[in-house]
Design a protein around this ligand. Structure first.
Ligand code: FES
Length: 190
């Protein structure tokens, strides 16, 4: 039985009448479908391909919304509920659009002791964006996240898929932001 996805959800409870963003497309590109199908052959059980398939779907559709989750379930022929559980558990899957540069700051204990919360606040002010929002020009979004796996050299900052964990100070933060503005950091999904 293919368990259906639960009702719309988000990282925070939705207000009455509020809905999750919809992707521009409701289906994956043909090349993405083929990539996921090829991926599935590498695993003894298709369920095991859920994580990498969601990565591909997210890159293809821009974010891992309900449409992407449904497509992964359809292509892998696995329960939608399973895909939903995986996609909503991991913070690397975004259920709504993010900026060209999505900046995540770890504020777990080790990074908190080294100024993780302060780093996040600086980002919020310098980029003039609130968590969960995207700037009007589509450039920036920010998120506070759990451990990014570099606890000894925090506070840890991740920009799209690049990790910056060498004791980020003001000068380094400015350099990272400028590198994004200059297009020296790969855009989200690229
Ligand atoms: S606690 Fe921040 S990277 Fe682990």
């Amino acid at each position: 039985m293919n368990h259906p996805l639960p009702p719309e959800t988000s990282e925070r409870p939705l207000a009455p009448g509020q809905r999750l963003a919809h992707a521009a497309r409701t289906s994956l590109s043909e090349s993405c479908v083929q990539e996921i199908q090829a991926l599935a052959t590498k695993y003894p059980d298709k369920l095991a391909a859920t994580l990498p398939a969601l990565y591909l779907a997210q890159a293809d559709m821009g974010f891992a919304g309900l449409e992407a989750m449904r497509e992964v379930a359809r292509v892998l022929e696995i329960p939608e509920g399973h895909v939903f559980g995986v996609a909503t558990f991991y913070t690397m899957f975004h259920q709504k659009p993010v900026g060209k540069y999505h900046l995540q700051v770890c504020t777990n204990l080790c990074c908190a002791l080294r100024g993780g919360a302060q780093l996040f606040e600086k980002l919020r002010q310098r980029l003039a964006v609130q968590p969960g929002e995207v700037t009007a020009d589509g450039m920036w979004s920010i998120e506070e996240v759990e451990c990014l796996g570099s606890c000894g050299t925090g506070p840890c900052l991740q920009v799209n898929h690049e990790v910056y964990d060498e004791f980020i100070d003001d000068a380094k933060l400015d350099a990272v932001i400028e590198a994004c503005r200059q297009g020296h950091v790969p855009e989200w999904g690229k």
